[in-house]
Every structure is written in structure tokens, then in C-alpha cells.
Ligand binder design. Structure first.
Ligand SMILES: [Zn+2]
Length: 382
């Protein structure tokens, strides 16, 4: 198959190529050459498929995520996750990392996609989040209360089909009583869990909003800091020194704050989101300016944060964090893909033919990523 691109962003930060043909052979990219002769598909702009490095497939943007989990059965949530996998791929998310689900739901969806039973992105999943007893995320969590318990919990996730491990280093917005600025899992619990995860070849991600928890997670050897809202200079230095990834999940607070007046979210969610919203942009911009590796991830599934809206996260990285459209696209393709670990997220020979065909140049206007003309995963039209 030959896909002709008016302009091609390959996922890197190199200058875009103009008027090229992408030759797709057996689901992977063969060569990229000057346009000429017949072609099968044609688009004004082509980019790699988007990679959402932080999502929760069982959440559909309900105003009260934890309340929804308490009020539904695992089968109901599985059905929602199946629908959300379809919405993701239709919107151009060809790879997704689920960072916490109840009842093995994300792993079952991943397996069904791989078996060809349902449409969906390539997936990596964390299983249950590992949190302190009663800590942030406990409705989708496995409580951990000592270093050895942390090791056991990692082994349980591995046994249950996890590809990566999610650790809760601080409180969070969506769990009643969990204060975002307060560290939760202790340094020795984090160290034990990260060590156990790495020994088995799994990467570890930390939910970390508060400053101390971010430092605890980084010193424990965490691979990615999720949210990172209260980063200070020392956090930024640790991130750059250790080549850690920061996944800013800008959509999560943005969507909560945009819907406060409807009054459907719990009061504690509204209060915590407001306080963090005041400082988030300035803090995260400093991390971007310091050269921290920013990977795209939206926390899709949280209130009003829909799986089909991942393009919004790319827009927010550009508008709020001062990244150019191409830098934001790079974060949401190449960088996020390297964090997820399935492929490189760039369009070059030998990589999977995961492509977005767009009607407009995404480098001129990143909103072109909304509503792609066509999505290819492994060379197949989705
Ligand atoms: Zn999350």
C-alpha cells in the first residue's frame, strides 16, 4: 500500500518532509520516498498514530469516577472499557497505556484486541494501582503497607498480566480524603516495588502530585512521574539527571475545572482541582524549559476527559506549556511510545504502519489532529 502525504511529520523533531509516499509492507513501513506514480491513499498531512501514555479505559468521563466504580459491576465496566478502546482507536490513538483498572479489566481488553476480537489500540496495562491502605486510588487499588508487601503486590500484578506497575506516591484529586500534596507510599515501599518491577523487566510509573512524593519516587528509580503538578527545582533536577519522563496529564484538571459550574462533581474534587489549577501551568512550564522529557498522556477516563479527545492533550501541551505543535506531537508520539515500550512512535522503515491521515497541516494548527480523515494501525484501516 502506498500512502501519499502532502506533509509528513514522522514523530521526531526533524523538519517535516513534503510530497512523499509512505510504502506500507505487511503492516510495517517499508520506505519513504518522493511522491510519484499511483497511490492508494492520499492526505494533506500524515503523522504517526497518537500514543496516550496515561489512560483508564473503564472510565468514560463520569463526573464522579470513584463513585461510578462503586456503583457498577465489573462486567459493566468491562463493556465500557471495550467501547472506550474503540473510541480511542477511531480518534487516532493507536497505542495506549492503561495506568490502573479494577478487576483485570484493562488486561482483558488488551488481550481481546490482540486476539482480534474487538477494535482498539495496541495496549500496555498496569493492573491495579499499588497504594497505601485507604490511599489515593484505593477503589482500583491493591493496598500495600510494607516493602515486602510492595514486592508481593508487584508479583501479583505480574501474575495477573500487567506490563507495567503503577505506584501511588502522593494523594490525589479524585479520592475522598487523599491530600494531593501529601506523600503516601513511603520511600522504602517505593524502592522495593520499583526494584521488583525492574527485575522482571517492567517499568514503574508513579502517580505523584506533591513535591516530596515526586522526589521519593524519583530517588526510588521510578521511570515516569505522572501529573507532577507540584514539581520544584530539585524535582526538575532529579528528572533531568535521571532521564525520567514527566507525563503532565493537562486534560485531567482542565476538564474538571471546565465543568465545575454544572455541580455534578463531588465538592472535594472541585476544591482540590481549583487549588492545583492555580499553580500547575507555571510549575510544568519550568520543567519543559529545563528540558525534562515530556510524554503525552491525558488521564482519559477521569471526569469529562473522554478517550476520543486525546487530541486535546496535544493542544494543551502546546497552548499551556509553550511547546510548538511539532514538539507537542513529538511528545504524544515518539516520547510517549518510548515510555510505553512497544515501538518507537516514529515513521521510519521497520516501524509499525500506525498512521493518521489528516485534512490539514498539524504543524500549522495542532487542532488538525481532531477528527482524522483515516486511522491506520499496522497498515489496516480502523
Ligand atoms: Zn490516572
Amino acid at each position: 500500500m502506498i500512502v501519499r502525504a502532502g506533509v509528513l511529520y514522522d514523530g521526531t523533531l526533524e523538519a517535516p518532509k513534503r510530497n512523499v509516499d509512505i510504502v506500507v509492507e505487511g503492516g510495517t513501513i517499508g520506505e519513504i520516498r518522493a511522491a510519484g506514480g499511483e497511490c492508494d491513499l492520499e492526505a494533506a498531512c500524515v503523522t504517526p498514530g497518537l500514543v496516550n501514555a496515561h489512560a483508564h479505559l473503564e472510565g468514560s468521563g463520569e463526573p464522579d469516577l470513584m463513585g461510578m466504580i462503586a456503583a457498577t459491576t465489573p462486567a459493566q465496566r468491562l463493556l465500557r472499557a471495550v467501547a472506550n478502546a474503540r473510541k480511542s482507536i477511531k480518534a487516532g490513538v493507536t497505542t495506549i497505556r492503561d495506568l490502573g483498572s479494577s478487576n483485570r479489566i484493562a488486561a482483558d481488553v488488551r488481550d481481546a484486541v490482540e486476539e482480534g476480537r474487538i477494535p482498539g489500540p495496541r495496549m500496555r496495562v498496569a493492573g491495579a494501582v499499588l497504594c497505601m491502605t485507604g490511599g489515593h486510588g484505593w477503589p482500583i487499588g491493591r493496598a500495600v503497607d510494607s516493602p515486602w508487601d510492595a514486592r508481593k503486590a508487584v508479583r501479583e500484578q505480574l501474575w495477573g498480566g500487567a506490563d507495567c506497575i503503577k505506584l501511588i506516591a502522593t494523594g490525589g484529586v479524585l479520592t475522598k480524603g487523599a491530600v494531593p500534596g501529601v506523600a503516601q507510599l513511603t520511600p522504602d515501599e517505593l524502592e522495593a516495588a520499583v526494584d521488583e518491577a525492574h527485575r522482571h523487566g517492567l517499568r514503574a510509573a508513579a502517580h505523584a502530585i506533591g513535591t516530596q512524593g515526586i522526589k521519593n519516587a524519583l530517588r526510588a528509580g521510578i521511570d515516569s512521574v505522572e501529573h507532577g503538578t507540584l514539581v520544584d527545582d530539585e524535582c526538575i533536577e532529579l528528572l533531568t539527571q535521571r532521564r525520567g519522563y514527566l507525563v503532565p496529564t493537562l486534560s485531567a484538571p482542565t476538564c474538571i475545572l471546565a465543568h465545575l459550574e454544572e455541580g455534578r462533581q463531588p465538592q472535594y474534587v472541585a476544591d482540590k482541582a481549583r487549588a492545583l489549577g492555580d499553580v500547575m501551568v507555571a510549575n510544568l512550564r519550568r520543567a519543559v524549559e529545563a528540558g525534562v522529557r515530556i510524554a503525552g498522556g491525558s488521564d482519559a477516563g477521569t471526569p469529562y476527559n473522554y478517550h476520543e479527545d486525546y487530541a486535546q492533550e496535544v493542544e494543551l501541551m502546546s497552548s499551556l506549556l509553550g511547546m510548538t505543535p511539532q514538539q507537542a506531537l513529538h511528545a504524544a508520539t515518539n516520547v510517549a511510545a518510548e515510555l510505553v515500550g512497544l515501538h518507537r512512535g516514529i515513521l521510519t522503515a521497520g516501524e509499525p504502519a500506525d498512521l493518521l491521515l489528516l485534512r490539514r497541516d498539524a504543524g500549522d494548527d495542532v487542532r488538525a489532529l481532531r477528527d482524522p480523515q483515516l486511522v491506520l494501525k499496522g497498515g489496516a484501516i480502523q
